[in-house]
Design a protein around this ligand. Sequence first.
Ligand SMILES: *[C@@H]1O[C@H](CO)[C@@H](O)[C@H](O)[C@H]1NC(C)=O
Ligand SMILES: *[C@@H]1O[C@H](CO)[C@@H](O)[C@H](O)[C@H]1NC(C)=O
Ligand SMILES: *[C@@H]1O[C@H](CO)[C@@H](O)[C@H](O)[C@H]1NC(C)=O
Length: 467
Amino acid sequence: MMSPYSIVSASALLASLLLTPVSAQLHSDCNPMKEDCPPDPALGAAHTFNFNSTPPMGVFNTTAGTIKYDKDTGAAFTINKQGESPTLTSNFYFFFGRTEVVMKAAPGQGIISSIVWKSDVLDEVDWEFLGTKPEEASSNYFGKDRRDNTNAGYHKVDGGVQADYHNYTSIWTKEKLEWFIDGKLIRTLLPDQANKTDNYPQTPMMLSIGIWAGGDPSLPQGTIDWAGGPTQFDKGPYTMYVKSARVEDFSKGTQYVYGDKSGKWDTIQIKEPEKESTAVENINRPPPEPEKSASEKWDELPSSTKNGVYAAAGGVFALGVIALLVYYLKQRSKGQKEAAAYAAAQEAERLELEQFRKEGRDPDALDYEATEYNPAAMGKGSSVTAYTAVPNDHDRSNSLSSLTGAPGQTAAWDPTSASGGPTGAMPLLAHDQEGASGPARSNTFDGHAPQSPSQYGHEPPRSLTQH
Ligand SMILES: *[C@@H]1O[C@H](CO)[C@@H](O)[C@H](O)[C@H]1NC(C)=O
Ligand SMILES: *[C@@H]1O[C@H](CO)[C@@H](O)[C@H](O)[C@H]1NC(C)=O
Ligand SMILES: *[C@@H]1O[C@H](CO)[C@@H](O)[C@H](O)[C@H]1NC(C)=O
């Protein structure tokens, strides 16, 4: 088993002695080593949060900026300008346990990406990534806010911490604390190695994931130096991406309560081990219903209702078809009659001409003969009338216009192609997309934004305030 000190390179050790390491500064509203505090809400379970979408309501608080959730990149924590340090902090605690965070650190001088566990007595377990160290992760811990500069470990990460996502896992029991990168154990801390157990992290922890500007010019010079130099806000934005975070609470309960002011693990009481925690209830609660689109409402209709609508639409459609059929048949029979009349006239003419020939008369003398042969003239006339009248037939031209424009026919077609029918969903797709990318999806709690600068940026690091 490698010693934690072998991990700390000589230069890093030197740097950590000269500079002041500042982990993300989370403040505790109530320190149970100083006063009586409300119980800590427990997770009491294991859950993987996939940040391809907004996490369940009430499980995390978002502070000091906006976190965007994306199906491909996961949660994006972005610093756009000075004062921003978007951070996701669990509303639950775990009492011994493990976290697996799959993330890609942000580049940038004076930019710190971080995964932090923090307890009410300011025990702390960290992963930190300096924007100026694209190949390096650092591990750290603190006991009871005792800011020991020699606690940090520095670890080279194959492939680089900013170039790709890596799995940063920490496993914590009362026997040991382990840090893994992509499944490889890179550091172990035993309680005895931490000020004879007194500085060993041993109280219920919150998980906090965030990005902050350690090089904010408003911070003390020691902090800025530790962070790699002043943050160049005009060269941003700087983004850290987190795909997922699995959290396992090794205890099962609804609350953790400090039994005294010692800050020792064996004084922590675990409440209601048989019950489900509020965190688990929040995780399991179905997300609030987004505004339903008409197509979704359609999908939810009972099938009997849908069948009724289909039948009604189908009925209208059928009426249209019947009307067309009747029209067509009428036209057909009319055409047949016309054709028959024309044929009859032709035949009459033929017979007539035949008659002329039989009688040895000149067919070109018809005009003369016409008056003489009334029936033939009438037959010829009627045939011509019947033939030429077809395109101009009054009824027919009316009927043709009714095909394209008459109200009866239009009504027959419309319900199936536009409003009301099942195929009327097209315009609603746009509505769906609007809903999906709408403001409901971006999990911002702007109301808490003022909290964060005091957590990170504007509050001088504790170690400095003590000196
Ligand atoms: C989260 O926000 C709620 C509501 O503002 C607050 O009561 C709670 O203390 C916050 N939790 C943490 C861990 O900051
Ligand atoms: C991360 O690494 C841990 C420790 O090796 C492993 O148990 C876990 O399955 C990994 N998780 C992911 C999401 O890759
Ligand atoms: C070690 O623990 C003792 C309490 O047992 C404390 O007084 C002391 O300050 C701690 N030392 C360091 C270096 O943290």
